[in-house]
Ligand binder design. Structure first.
Ligand code: NAP
Length: 279
């Protein structure tokens, strides 16, 4: 049977390496969608992989655009009936040379609302045995937030919409220069990654026992520090970082977990180990 895989934000960085790994792994039997928001950058990435003897399909996708997410879901639905491996990896960058108050809206709209758009559109398309991985980060553990904020990201009691609303509230506070006084971290990647992991945990809660019966696994993954254009401006040296291809190995271990694997379901996983979400 043909396996269908989709990776978001896949024209460069970790996403491109994930597509490369999937195309190698699934071979001729698989269909791997390399999605990109820019046609030129997407086509260049496809050409690069074709030069390596790999076959992938390009589909345009801007996760900030609901219609674009729906269009990809419609393609997958009509052409394949569902998806087997879905990796939500797309992310906006933060640059150190501009205030975070100028960057927070796009960041939240891409990394949080974009992830949630993917969850909404693709959860109904998960085939039996599907693996759905959201690339987050070890910053996504609730332990990185002050305890007063924990209820906002407690998957046992919040709805997905409440998580997204909390992130809009946070973005407004950052824009107003009020985040720190209101008890939020001023580094926007921390609440954003916690909210991504919370969204995955809520999805696992909503799928309930059905996930186990249908062997559907949903998880968040931290790839570790990866040497990409996104991380480079923040470090004097990338000597300790993994290359995108190296970092992809453990993310793909999760995304291609064999039938019956439940390890990591509803959890944040880094280098094949579950990271605690709360104390
Ligand atoms: N690098 C690290 O050390 C590290 C560590 C922990 C977690 N992560 C996570 O790993 C993931 C990949 O990071 P990376 O370092 O590979 O980042 P990256 O090199 O900046 O790649 C991000 C990808 O997302 C795409 N993208 C941005 N906005 C988008 C949108 N609106 N719709 C669709 N695609 C969009 C980018 O496309 P364009 O080329 O068009 O901009 C690019 O292909 C992220 O979720 C990141 O948070 C990275």
């Amino acid at each position: 049977m043909t396996s269908v895989a989709v990776v978001t934000g896949a024209n460069q960085g970790l996403g491109l390496a994930l597509v490369r790994g999937l195309a190698r792994r699934l071979g001729e039997e698989g269909v791997v969608y390399l999605t990109a928001r820019d046609r030129g950058r997407g086509e260049a990435a496809v050409r690069l992989l074709e030069g390596e003897g790999l076959r992938v399909r390009l589909h345009l996708l801007d996760v900030r655009d609901e219609a674009s997410v729906e269009a990809l879901a419609e393609t997958v639905r009509t052409e394949h009936g569902g998806v087997d491996v879905l990796i939500s990896n797309a992310a906006a960058r933060i640059t150190p040379d501009r205030p975070q108050s100028e960057q927070v809206r796009e960041f939240v709209d891409t990394n949080n609302h974009g992830t949630y758009r993917m969850i909404r559109a693709f959860t109904p398309l998960l085939n039996d045995g599907a693996r759905f991985v959201v690339v987050a980060s070890s910053f996504g553990s609730l332990t990185n937030l002050p305890t007063g904020l924990h209820p906002r990201f407690d998957e046992r009691s919040v709805s997905p919409e409440e998580i997204e609303a909390a992130m809009d509230e946070y973005a407004a506070l950052v824009e107003a220069g009020q985040a720190k006084i209101k008890g939020w971290p001023d580094w926007i990647n921390i609440p954003s990654k916690v909210a991504q992991v919370a969204a995955v945990r809520v999805l696992a809660r909503q799928l309930g026992e059905e996930a186990g019966k249908r062997d559907v696994l949903v998880a968040a993954a931290c790839p570790g520090l990866v040497d990409t254009e996104a991380s480079r401006p923040w470090f004097a040296s990338m000597a300790g970082a993994l290359s995108p291809d190296e970092a992809a190995v453990d993310v793909l271990w999760l995304a291609c977990a064999p039938a019956g694997s439940r390890e990591g379901h509803g959890e944040l996983v880094q280098h094949r180990r579950v990271l605690p979400y709360r104390f």
